[in-house]
Design a protein around this ligand. Sequence first.
Ligand code: FES
Ligand code: MG
Length: 578
Amino acid sequence: MGDRVKTAADLRSARWFAPDDLRSFGHRSRLMQLGYAEEDFRDKPVIGILNTWSELNSCHAHFRERAQDVKRGVFQAGGFAVELPSLSVDESFTKPTSMLYRNMLAMETEEMIRSHPLDGVVLMGGCDKTTPGLVMGAISAGVPMIYLPAGPMLRGHYAGKILGSGSDAWKYWDERRAGNISDEEWLGVQGGIARSAGTCMTMGTASTMTAITDAMGLTLPGASSIPAVDSGHQRMGSACGRRIVEMVWEDLTPDRIVTEASVRNAAIVAMATGCSTNAVVHLIAMARRAGIDLTLDDLDALGRVTPLIANVRPSGKDYLMEDFFQAGGLRALMKQIEDRLDGSVLTVTGRSLSDNLEGAEVYNDDVIRPLSNPVYQEGSLAVLRGNLSPDGAIIKPAACDPKFHVHEGPALVFDSYPEMKKAVDDESLQVTPDHVMVLRNAGPQGGPGFPEWGMLPIPKALIKQGHRDMLRISDARMSGTSYGACVLHVAPESHVGGPLALLKTGDTVRLDLPARRLDMLVDEDELARRRAEWTPPQPHYQRGYGYMFQRHVTQADKGCDFNFLEAGFGHAADEPDI
Ligand code: FES
Ligand code: MG
């Protein structure tokens, strides 16, 4: 633990509650209206519990109860806890895509902290975009913070088979499209795949992002691996409450934790876990809030040298997050690669990462593999450049059939999702397994909001012939639970005139993964001619949040934050002393 460096008079909340003036009288009388006496809040760190609970966020179904655990901890440690409902950007119900609202949550988080008498915050999130949204906003707000990850849900099962979130939904859906699954089985899978509160229990975006936050030192050590409904999760909640009060006295602010070294640690851990492709966008955005210019090339370089050692679906074959927890969890995984990490970095515990890893052990080395027996020799992600993606594109080599690592084939191009959907369901579609399916206008601006459409469905004609993978390219993202030979995040996106906009059906496309290249084999003159003919599509929004989004969102390789929220844009207004 660090030393106390703050006194009660130094607390940010003292500006609201301490002075003997009319405004402070108002603030104090309103806390008394809530039933609190002066001794409940005077001279105490005020801790905001930012709770993304909602009845349309099944992953956070336990958060009302968990907030009480956090409160208990805050009060025990001599703090004063207030719960603040926050935008619950949920993955399952939000249309057109939750990604449209990640930045809205980040803005809300930052402004809610800034405008209220808060000395420190516990951020309660977990479902995909809530982690980066909350963390981005809190980094910008700058008060001490701890991240409380929702934790994965229990394993799914049906008829004796284990089911994994997302991954098995896609798999069973393909079998249903092939006519191999009865209605009864399909309903059984529907009822068995999500059995408890908690986030998707594959190594999808939720588990990846909470692992990244853990590795960055922003959660209590190993908190990201604890299943949502495990009683250990409740204890972790109250421990967050106790620790955040100390962090306020120690003035342990996020800028001391989110550094170049801790971001690098987080990227290495992400690669070793078999991370979701979404990690790239979010990690870059989080880093840029802290003024760290993490690039796609940095991530590719780390990917080349970091073996994937978490045998968790979808990149791993056999296990789910509950198994990962029982095998030792993230601390055990980090222990395996400790010599690749900078162990000296400071974490929310007030101690170094190495201190936090002391005693961590692997209890099942098939789930958390030793470096001598990885799931995949290289890391989870690779970055591709070429005349189709001059600013980069992403692929997850471990999750695709190796025969596509070097592939050349004719493009089959779709301009919109509905157009593609109609075509893939048409059994007379002229398509071979060598074709390269392409979807464009699905990026940050084109989608709009960068939807998870990137695992383009295999045409029914090929499914019936027994094919389950083919090379697919888009400027979309894909769910962290998806798999297959899918090239994603093509930047710049076609909507803003990226070269993907110039591709035509029948052009030859070439992927060379070992060389990290993605090209269309079309000559320069022809491309210039097509560019001259290209007209930009109409913007999606004429008003509202979407209008702001389309004006300010950055491209995939820059993290899709709003440009005016990045650290380099300028500083926030000084807090007026009123
Ligand atoms: Fe919430 Fe997957 S839907 S984590
Ligand atoms: Mg997801």
